[in-house]
Design a protein. Structure first.
Length: 129
């Protein structure tokens, strides 16, 4: 395993832990800050649970080698939405954090593209049957 790949795995594990413990769990637990943030967004508390579910699923998939690339792609979309929400609804300066995460998720998706192709190929084959 190359040094670059080791560093990327370290970042994946760190971001997975952050997404799961610092972001998804507070949403599920109804932490006051999370509830208030989603009140400000104005889409209702169901969106807090949906966002937490996507974050938790992405965090778990980030540490599964076959799914890490696909998780990276999905999490880029989530981070783009988070950055836009920060800019348009909440606090624009905080948009830098999800944007930085998206850059790392893009690196994960790029590095794990061979595994992602295999998974998607398997899915296509299964759907044809």
């Amino acid at each position: 395993m190359t040094t670059r790949r080791k560093v990327l795995w370290g970042l994946q594990i760190f971001l997975a832990a952050f997404l799961f413990f610092a972001s998804a769990l507070p949403k599920f637990a109804g932490q006051a800050g999370a509830v208030e943030t989603f009140d400000q967004i104005g889409w209702g508390q169901w969106f807090r649970y949906l966002t937490g579910t996507v974050e938790a699923a992405g965090a778990i998939a980030l540490v599964i080698p076959r799914l890490a690339g696909i998780a990276g792609i999905a999490l880029i979309g989530l981070m783009a939405g988070a950055a836009l929400t920060q800019i348009l609804v909440l606090e624009p300066a905080w948009a830098l954090l999800p944007a930085a995460f998206a850059v790392v998720f893009a690196a994960v998706a790029r590095d794990r593209r061979a595994e992602s192709r295999r998974v998607l190929g398997s899915l296509r084959g299964a759907l044809r049957r």
